[in-house]
Structure formats: C-alpha cells, structure tokens
Write a protein that binds this ligand. Structure first.
Ligand SMILES: [Mg+2]
Length: 259
C-alpha cells in the first residue's frame, strides 16, 4: 500500500475530491478507505467562500459519508487565526462570502468600515466596484492592513477559467500602493496554521492535491511530503514543465489503494 498508516493526509478539495459540483468517483472510495483503516486526514482548502458546515453538507450530498465540520480547514480560518496572533486589531472590513464572514465573527472581530484596522479579502462572486472602493479607502486612508485569504491567480474550469482571489488582491494592492499578506496554499502561514490546528508537525503530514502551484508547492515550500493526483488541473507532464516534483504522482486516487 502506498499510504502510510501513521501520517495525516492534508487533502485538497476541488480537482481532488470533486470537480465543481461533480464528485470524482474514486474520491468516495478513497475517503471510505481512510475511514475504514483509521488513517487520519484533514481537508485543506483555499476556498474561503463556504463555511466548513456548508462544504460538509455539499460533500454529503455528493455521497461522502461521516464527515465532520472539524474535518475542514479553510484559508479563512487560517487568515483569522494568524491575524489574532500577530495583530491587536479589533475592527475589520472584508470582501468575501459566508465562510469568511463567519470566521471573522468567530474570531471576535467587529465588522466596521469606518474603523477598520484590517481588510480581509476573499473571493466574493457578488462583489462590485463600490465594495472594492470601500476596501481601498480603508487601506489607503485609514492604513488598514490588506490580508488575502489566498493568492490564486485564476480558478480553472473544465473549458474556461474564472478570475481568482489573487487577482482581486493585486488590484487592491495596486490601487492603494499597499503590501498584502497572503495566507492560503502555497504560503507558509497556511501550513503553520493547519499544523497548529491539528497539533502535528510537518513530518506527520502528507499533502495530497491536483495542483502543482498550490498543493505541491505548498508541501515542498514547507518541508512536507506530497502526492499529485492527476484528476484536476495538472498532469505528470506539467510536473516536468514547472520543475516541481511531488514525492509521488498518480493518475487516480484509486492507484493509492492498490496493495
Ligand atoms: Mg485543487
């Protein structure tokens, strides 16, 4: 078996467990296998739009079983946890959806545009020009810190792509001439936060994902083992092109279960 009993698998979601709203069938079998064999896992996602409960419900509706809210660690959770440790700020402004809003409130922050010391930016598919201007004013006029839940350039779809949060973040940084703090994969802050959440060390974990630039770079930048599954964004040929080499590459999660 290619899986190690005593490791915790840090598993990506989109492209690894499902593609948008469609489950990857091998993922159901894979998670069931981990559960049956008491191999621990943690879903680690750059997506800050949904709450852990919402992701859990989405995956249960796809056929996954016995998932818990605590199985999910999002870039929104990492962003809040990191800023609580490194800043005394109490008032914030944000661009984002429910996952980020809930993480902010759970962090005990007051959401107040007129007194914001921090501006959190996660993807918000309904955000408009006036919201971007409000965020920019908090940063430029009140010197609020700019924090991005992730630096994803784009979100690949089957036959097109969508603009990612990293591009929005760069727009705000450009407009305000501010530096931004970025949290999600492949950044070190995300690894520090997920390890702290789990109470594990980097040697205890293996990253499993479909994206070389986020998942595999996340592992390599932080001294963690990695497995690339070619069910999503990148192929084995891409690994050579990017010069990012995972410890293991498989075409499908099913390949990891072959004894
Ligand atoms: Mg992915």
């Amino acid at each position: 078996m290619m899986l190690e009993q005593d490791k915790t698998y840090l598993i990506d979601l989109d492209g690894t467990m499902y593609q948008g709203d469609t489950v990857i069938p091998e993922a159901l079998e894979f998670i069931e296998y981990l559960q049956r064999n008491h191999i621990s896992y943690q879903f680690v996602t750059n997506n800050a739009m949904r709450t852990p409960k919402e992701i859990m419900e989405k995956m249960h509706s796809m056929g996954f079983r016995s998932l818990k809210e605590t199985d999910f660690f999002t870039s929104a959770m990492a962003a809040i946890s990191h800023m609580k440790k490194t800043s005394t700020a109490t008032h914030v402004f944000f661009i984002g959806e429910e996952g980020l809003r809930q993480a902010i409130l759970r962090g005990g922050y007051v959401i107040d545009e007129t007194a914001a010391q921090l501006v959190f930016v996660g993807l918000d598919t309904h955000a408009d020009y006036s919201l971007y201007c409000k965020a920019a004013r908090c940063i430029r006029e009140r010197h609020a810190l700019l924090i991005g839940t992730n630096s994803d350039r784009c979100i690949p779809q089957r036959d097109h792509f969508l603009i990612g949060n990293g591009a929005i973040l760069q727009m705000l940084a450009y407009a305000t001439e501010a530096k931004c703090i970025t949290i999600g994969k492949p950044n070190a802050i995300m690894m520090e936060e997920v390890l702290a959440y789990l109470g594990k060390t980097r040697h205890d974990c293996v990253v499993l994902g479909d994206n070389l630039e986020t998942d595999i770079a996340f592992a390599k930048n932080n001294g963690v083992k990695s497995i690339l599954v070619c069910s999503g964004v990148h192929t084995q040929a891409d690994a050579e092109r990017f010069s990012i080499t995972p410890d293991l590459m498989v075409d499908s999660l099913h390949d990891l279960l072959i004894k």
